[in-house]
Design a protein around this ligand. Sequence first.
Ligand SMILES: CC(C)(COP(=O)(O)OP(=O)(O)OC[C@H]1O[C@@H](n2cnc3c(N)ncnc32)[C@H](O)[C@@H]1OP(=O)(O)O)[C@@H](O)C(=O)NCCC(=O)NCCS
Length: 145
Amino acid sequence: MYIVREVRSEDLFSVFKIAYETLPEPYNPGLFNIFYEEFPSGFLVAEMHGRVVGFIVGVKTDLYVAKILMLSVSKEYRRCGIGSALINRFIKEMRLQHIRQIDLEVRSNNYAAIDFYKKHDFDVIDFIPGFYKDGQDAYVMRKIL
Ligand SMILES: CC(C)(COP(=O)(O)OP(=O)(O)OC[C@H]1O[C@@H](n2cnc3c(N)ncnc32)[C@H](O)[C@@H]1OP(=O)(O)O)[C@@H](O)C(=O)NCCC(=O)NCCS
């Protein structure tokens, strides 16, 4: 079984490793420290048998608005509900912070993630051509809490 909890400083290397292995954007490792220090309640990990197997990073972008910047589960642990557990806990934390709207961007060809977010009642509200550095388009998705 896994648990979802707030990130700790000793998790940051594992989180960076998952991001490096599973996300197409190259992230600077220092970024994870900044998220950890600036908005720890938006940075959660899933731990299984003492090992970090997934994480979510979100930030507050306005008084009542948050944005999910990254969400990933290690490949071998997908489709077991871990992504859902992470996003549900994130939503719960955001409600406690009086957040009323959660936004995110997702690659327009990332069908797994789009289906995942739709299942969690996010709606596509916009399309941004060439949003990513490699020229890929993005959908903007939003959930009103
Ligand atoms: C998106 C992601 C986080 C989902 O994590 P997960 O732990 O596999 O998700 P869950 O097991 O909680 O899935 C919940 C539901 O989402 C949908 N879903 C998840 N993966 C899917 C896939 N590959 N294809 C279609 N639907 C999918 C399904 O409805 C699923 O329910 P089901 O398994 O009962 O059918 C995971 O695929 C991932 O890490 N992808 C790579 C990183 C990424 O794209 N992140 C999002 C962009 S920032």
